[in-house]
Design a protein around this ligand. Structure first.
Ligand code: ADP
Length: 395
């Protein structure tokens, strides 16, 4: 029996779960949000209890210390001392080409994570800080890193190479890496097990604040919509996804933006936010239903993009057995799922409206009986996938 603490540090948040393996029992979970602000929010849940507190939390270090205080709390805590934690599993966003598997953290691993911070500046520095702090707090625990890019290491060269001079690929690692790997891996494995497939062609659609799609053939990623950085592909909360790169030159040369302004524009002010002024999809759907034409168009733009990738990935795999929707939006928005599956009868895709609207939280089918392609909603669980991989590695 082992207790595994999973730490998933974002740019301004830390998600955590304590999981007992191999029973896969969730002991507690929580989230520290708005790190860097005076009113950071801590949410903490155990089996019978939950709490929500506001604190002044300026850094990831302070956030992690707060989490440990809660784990050890006399009343609401779940461990008596920090040595009870056997493994700390860290989600790390960018592992470049150096990691195709879950890895024990050594000083070389930390150096690599630092090196790849240049490619994931919003994520890798927070991930690394989480590792440093947790090495201090849990000196007896094994520290393990699980990379978002690892699952996509199976993408073939013809997909991962951009059509730019070879030297940039060979000497500078400019290529497709792909992200959300742990989520795509978790839900595709669930779909394969649920459908009992020996050979399989699955399209996984992860729609959260960041969004990506993956073509998973026989359990392996063969193409994915995010590339060198988590920027391109689908329309996201505040990221544009695919654009003509010449727009950047036009913005700089003719509209006199600085490069930093362009970066902020495309990363923090575009996507659904740029199209509607809202980032939370619930607000956009509500406004669209009330007749707001901008919001209606934004839903059309983002789901048209999803449909284009569905078509592309059916071509990439020469077919599809199942399409899986997951993450905050994929699991919870019948509107997005309906618009993404509309007018795709040519591929044998047929959504059942009533099933699509069911509010169940479990793995479920939302296709009609005559649909040739299974349409599934599968709640993602990156933390459990990390716990499984970390447990396997250490054992
Ligand atoms: P992250 O990428 O930060 O992990 P999540 O997977 O938690 O994000 O997804 C966040 C998104 O999920 C938000 O844009 C939110 O609007 C959306 N979302 C959550 N619940 C619903 C819902 N009931 N209907 C529509 N969208 C939802």
């Amino acid at each position: 029996m082992m207790k595994i603490l999973i730490i998933n540090s974002g740019s301004s948040s830390i998600k955590f779960q304590l999981i007992e393996m191999p029973s896969e029992t969730l002991i507690c979970s929580g989230l520290v949000e708005r790190i860097g602000y005076d009113d950071a929010i801590i949410n903490y849940k155990t089996k019978g209890d939950s709490l929500n507190q506001t604190h002044n939390i300026k850094t990831h270090r302070e956030g992690l210390n707060k989490i440990v205080e809660l784990l050890l709390d006399a009343e609401k805590g779940v461990i008596a001392n920090t040595n009870e934690i056997n493994i700390v599993g860290h989600r790390v966003v960018h592992g470049g080409n150096s990691f195709s598997n879950t890895t024990l953290i050594t000083s070389e691993v930390k150096e690599k994570i630092q090196e790849y911070a240049a490619l994931a500046p919003l994520h890798n520095p927070g991930n690394l800080e989480g590792i440093f702090v947790s090495e201090e707090i849990f000196p007896m625990a094994k520290q393990v890193a699980i990379f978002d890019t690892a699952f996509h290491q199976t993408i073939p060269e013809k997909v991962k190479k951009y059509a730019i001079p070879n030297e940039l690929y060979e000497n500078h690692g400019i290529q497709v890496y792909g992200f959300h790997g742990t989520s795509h891996q978790y839900v595709s494995n669930k779909a394969i097990a649920y459908l009992g497939l020996e050979t399989s062609k699955i399209i996984t659609i992860h729609l959260g604040n960041g969004c990506s799609m993956t073509a998973v053939k026989d359990g392996k990623s063969i193409d994915t919509s995010l590339g060198f950085t988590p920027s391109n592909g689908l329309v996201m909360g505040s990221r544009s996804g695919d654009i003509d790169h010449a727009i950047i030159f036009h913005l700089v040369n003719n509209l006199k933006y600085t490069l930093n302004e362009v970066k902020t524009l495309l990363t923090n002010k575009s996507g659904m936010l740029g199209l509607t002024g809202h980032m939370d999809l619930r607000d956009i759907v509500e406004e669209a239903e009330n007749g707001n034409a901008e919001c209606q168009l934004a839903l059309a733009i983002s789901t048209y993009r999803i449909k284009k990738y569905i078509g592309a990935y059916i071509a990439a795999m020469n077919g599809v057995d199942a399409i899986v929707f997951t993450a905050g939006i994929g699991e919870n928005s019948p509107t997005i799922r309906k618009l993404s599956c509309e007018d795709l009868e040519v591929f044998g895709i047929d959504l059942d409206d009533a099933k699509n609207k069911s509010g169940s939280r479990d793995l479920r089918e939302i296709n009609t009986a005559k649909s040739k392609v299974k349409l599934l909603v599968i709640p993602t669980n990156e933390e459990l996938e990390i716990a499984k991989q970390a447990y396997e590695l250490v054992n």
